[in-house]
Design a protein around this ligand. Structure first.
Ligand code: NAP
Length: 283
């Protein structure tokens, strides 16, 4: 039976600690951190993520403003909003909820955010700083994964870590953070040959693909640490599920994260932490 890392419990503990810290800010700095989230369109997934971010902000005592715009907004109008928020001294963090409608260039919008207010850690200068090991705002999901591993007492240094997925928001940065923790890292993807052979060598396996129950028990070695980043609908039950076949893998893993209640809550928790960090850097 694996040790289950509850992102829900860990994030609740960390949010309570942050709330106690934020409560001291008005006396010290005259205000609390302010996070502005821009939501374009009505995509149900995005609406739910934005609602979760507002709820977490309330729990931590962070001021949250959600700007909702229709998906007909032009790129120029969106860039104008970002410019205004960049210039607003009472805004500490700016998050543009992705994905954006096709007629808007997401890279351009993300690059327009002031680097010092980029709470997602997606700005090219933050990405460059991550890869050059300079101080930066770390992307929330990879940061949360490292916190989960450490909270469970998982030794990372010197171990074989395999990451499936090489996206800019999860796979690549989590590979880099594991490397920074001195793991020996393999990053697998859709062109990897004999994926099972690669994943069976993993002492730490991080899966960020976006395919329900893609990783089966035969792909995981006994005693592996398994971090499931995927958020999918199970085609059979319609319920949320991860990228790994949890029921089959949990008995053979040493440590595992559930979906829901695993990486997801930690991502939002790290967004709160990043907002506080951006706020504190302004004083
Ligand atoms: P993405 O941008 O679509 O990237 C998916 C990655 O998986 C790609 O690198 C792709 O390889 C790889 N892949 C696809 N099919 C594969 C296969 N058959 N074998 C091996 N690799 C394969 O997705 P993402 O944004 O990284 O997100 C991945 C999952 O994590 C999604 O379910 C998403 O909803 C979830 N997610 C969760 C959180 C959270 O907080 N819990 C945060 C972000 C994302 P190629 O590069 O070769 O195409």
């Amino acid at each position: 039976m694996a040790k289950i890392i509850s992102g829900k419990e860990l994030s609740a503990k960390l949010k309570a600690e942050m709330a106690a810290e934020v409560a001291t800010f008005p006396a010290k700095y005259g205000r609390v951190p302010h996070l502005v989230v821009i939501l374009v369109g009505e995509d149900p997934g995005s609406v739910s993520y934005v609602t979760g971010k507002a709820k977490a902000s309330a729990e931590v005592g962070i001021r949250n403003t959600t700007i909702r715009k229709p998906d007909t907004i032009s790129e120029a109008e969106l860039l104008e909003i970002v410019d205004q928020l960049n210039a607003d001294p009472e805004v500490d963090g700016i998050l543009v909820q992705l994905p954006l409608p096709k007629h808007i260039n997401s890279d351009k919008v993300i690059a327009a955010i002031d680097k010092s207010k980029d709470v997602d850690g997606f700005h090219p200068l933050n990405v460059a700083a991550l890869w050059q090991k300079h101080p930066c705002t770390l992307p929330c999901t990879p940061k949360g994964i490292i916190k989960m591993l450490k909270s469970a007492g998982v030794e990372i240094a010197g171990r074989n870590a395999v990451v499936i997925g090489r996206s800019n928001i999860v796979g690549l940065p989590v590979s880099k953070l594991l490397l920074d923790e001195n793991a020996t890292v393999t990053t697998a993807h859709s062109r990897t040959r004999n994926l099972g052979e690669v994943t069976r060598k993993a002492e730490i396996l991080v899966v960020a693909i976006g395919r329900p129950k893609f990783v089966t028990a035969d792909m995981v070695s006994d005693g592996a640490v398994v971090i499931d980043v995927g958020v999918n609908r199970d085609p059979e039950t319609g319920k949320l599920c991860g990228d790994v076949d949890y029921a089959a893998i949990e008995p053979k893993a040493s440590v595992i994260t559930p979906v829901p209640g695993g990486v997801g809550p930690m991502t939002i928790c790290c967004l709160m932490e990043n907002t506080i960090e951006c706020f504190l850097r302004r004083f």
